[in-house]
Design a binder for this molecule. Structure first.
Ligand code: CA
Length: 227
C-alpha cells in the first residue's frame, strides 16, 4: 500500500514515514503545497495524509483541486485549530477523515487502515439546504432540481451562506471569506451581491431564503419551505 504524506514539518513527516514504513507501507513525503498537489495527482497512492498549512498551496486548495478533477484518493486531513477552518470544512470539501494535531501515531495508523478498507469512493460533498443544492467540486447549483447559473462571486457567496446556514453572518464576515482579507472597497458590495443572489435563487422560485437581519447581516433560512 502506497501512502503520500504532505507535511512541511520535516521532523514530523520523517517520524511518520519511519513509523509507517515499519508497519509495512511504502511511504513518500513531500514538504510543499505544489509538490503535494503534483504528487497526489500523478502518483497512484492508496491514501494521502494532507496537512492544511503548507507553503505555496494550502492543503484545502489541494483537496479542492483534486476533488474538482474527480480524483477520489482517500484523504486524511491534518487539521490545526487555527480558527480559519475547522473539521466540518475539511469534510465538506471532500476529505474522508481528519485528525487534529497533536495526534498519536496509533490513532493515525488506525484511521489510515480504516480508509484503506473503504478504498476510493466518489464523495461529491454536495451541500444542501432545503431544496438548494451546491456542488463545490462541479461548481453547480440547483433549486428543487432546476439548474441555476451563478457567476463565480455569486457562487462563493452562496457557498459561504450555505456552509453557515441558519447562522447570522455579518457583512464583514462575508467580505473576509468571499472577497478577501485585504479587500478595502465598499462593504455595500455585499448588499449588491446578496441582491443578485436573491434574483437567481429566490425570486424565480417565489422564495425568500436569504434573509436580512437588521443591523447584523444575513442569514440563509433553513426552514424556507416552498409556499
Ligand atoms: Ca504545516
Amino acid at each position: 500500500m502506497r501512502l503520500l504524506i504532505v507535511e512541511d514539518e520535516v521532523r514530523l513527516a520523517s517520524a511518520l514515514q519511519r513509523g509507517l514504513i515499519a508497519e509495512g507501507f511504502s511511504v513518500d513525503i513531500v514538504h510543499t503545497g505544489p509538490d503535494g498537489l503534483h504528487a497526489a495527482r500523478e502518483g497512484a497512492y492508496d491514501v494521502v495524509v494532507l496537512d492544511i498549512m503548507l507553503p505555496g498551496i494550502s492543503g484545502y486548495e489541494i483537496l479542492k483541486q483534486l476533488r474538482r478533477a474527480r480524483n477520489w484518493v482517500p484523504i486524511l486531513m491534518l487539521t490545526a485549530k487555527d480558527g480559519e477552518y475547522d473539521e466540518a470544512d475539511a469534510l465538506d470539501l471532500g476529505a474522508d477523515d481528519y485528525l487534529t494535531k497533536p495526534f498519536s501515531f496509533v490513532v493515525l495508523l488506525a484511521r489510515i487502515r480504516a480508509l484503506l478498507r473503504r478504498g476510493r469512493r466518489p464523495r461529491p460533498a454536495v451541500l444542501t439546504v432545503g431544496d438548494l443544492a451546491l456542488d463545490p467540486a462541479a461548481h453547480q447549483v440547483s433549486r428543487a432540481g432546476t439548474r441555476i447559473e451563478l457567476t463565480p462571486r455569486e457562487f462563493s457567496l452562496l457557498e459561504y451562506l450555505m456552509r453557515r446556514a441558519g447562522e447570522t453572518v455579518s457583512k464583514a464576515d462575508i467580505l473576509h471569506h468571499v472577497w478577501d482579507a485585504h479587500y478595502e472597497g465598499d462593504a455595500n458590495v455585499v448588499e449588491v451581491y446578496v441582491g443578485y443572489l436573491r434574483r437567481k435563487i429566490d425570486a424565480p422560485f417565489g422564495r425568500a431564503s436569504v434573509q436580512t437581519v437588521r443591523g447584523a447581516g444575513y442569514r440563509l433560512d433553513v426552514h424556507d419551505d416552498p409556499a
